[in-house]
Design a protein. Structure first.
Length: 268
């Protein structure tokens, strides 16, 4: 077993070894490939359940394992969050309509390593206000990623994201955060998408975690529906999210979930 590799910091964050980056790249590349391949299946009239069925098949065809099927009782290979759904949307019968925006979030396990990524898609014609939201969310993720290097702090990541989003008069969701991952799905630290510079744990080479900001056009508050999963904006405003799994290198970051086809952004 390759469990408990590396060591833990005083904050309980695992420091992985040089060789472990390869395992994360394999898992991340598969998750990203699946998100590339699902793009052609997103169109008005398509159901989110069919998209999830295709993703389940892609995971199986790759000889990998879905991290979400069976996770805390969740029964699907993806979360699909449409319009005002913030995250953890459950795939089902409901069909996409022209102008809907959706986040598809996939986590796979390859050889014991977890690859977790999500991105936005559009069914049909992208409405102007949704386009703005998606662009700000996309750029906010990379503002956060740019802060990833040894010596910076987790508060620097959160602050960079929050400052960028709020400068565009949008809001950062507080109720969900990124997370450490590696040979487990969710581990310390909680990676907040808001915060103050110079606060939180110090980043060290060998840390693996996700950054996955959720941004709302309206207020930041969310509520969870009776299904105990689906999180929506309380004010029904549109919400968007992008997620990468990253590792801290000697002088910066390594993105494990880069799109093999260069299709992370929905429109370019
Ligand atoms: N992939 C999600 C994340 O980014 C977690 C989904 S858990 C599920 O952490 F059970 F809802 F699938
Ligand atoms: Co995640
Ligand atoms: Co995810």
């Amino acid at each position: 077993m390759k469990e408990h590799r590396g060591r833990l910091t005083k904050d309980g964050i695992r420091i992985y070894e040089q060789d472990d980056f390869a395992g994360m790249h394999a898992a991340g590349a598969l998750a990203a490939q699946i998100l590339d391949d699902i793009a052609q299946h997103v169109f008005p009239g398509q159901s989110t359940g069919v998209l999830d069925g295709l993703i389940t098949q892609m995971v199986e065809d790759a000889g990998a394992t879905s991290a979400t099927i069976g996770y805390k009782g969740y029964q699907h290979a993806s979360c699909i969050s449409v319009n005002h759904v913030v995250c953890h949307g459950i795939p089902g019968e409901k069909k996409l309509k022209d102008g809907d925006i959706l986040n598809v979030d996939v986590t796979v396990i390859v050889d014991g390593w977890f690859g977790d990524t999500s991105r936005m898609y559009v069914a049909g014609k992208l409405p102007r206000k949704a386009e703005r939201l998606i662009q700000v969310t996309y750029d906010a993720l990379f503002k956060g990623i740019e802060m990833v290097k040894p010596g910076n702090m987790f508060g620097d990541i959160g602050h960079a994201i929050q400052a960028y989003v709020e400068a565009h008069r949008m809001s950062v969701v507080r109720d969900f955060c990124g997370h450490g991952l590696g040979q487990v799905f969710h581990a310390p630290p909680n990676v907040l998408h808001y915060g103050r510079p110079g606060t939180g744990a110090v980043l060290e080479e060998g840390m693996f975690f996700t950054i996955e900001p959720m941004v709302n056009l309206g207020r930041p508050e969310t509520k969870t529906l009776a299904d105990d999963w689906t999180a929506v904006t309380r004010d029904k405003s549109l919400s968007a999210q992008f997620e990468h799994s990253v590792g801290v290198t000697a002088d910066g970051f390594d993105i494990f979930t880069l799109s093999p086809g260069g299709k992370f952004h929905p429109t370019y």
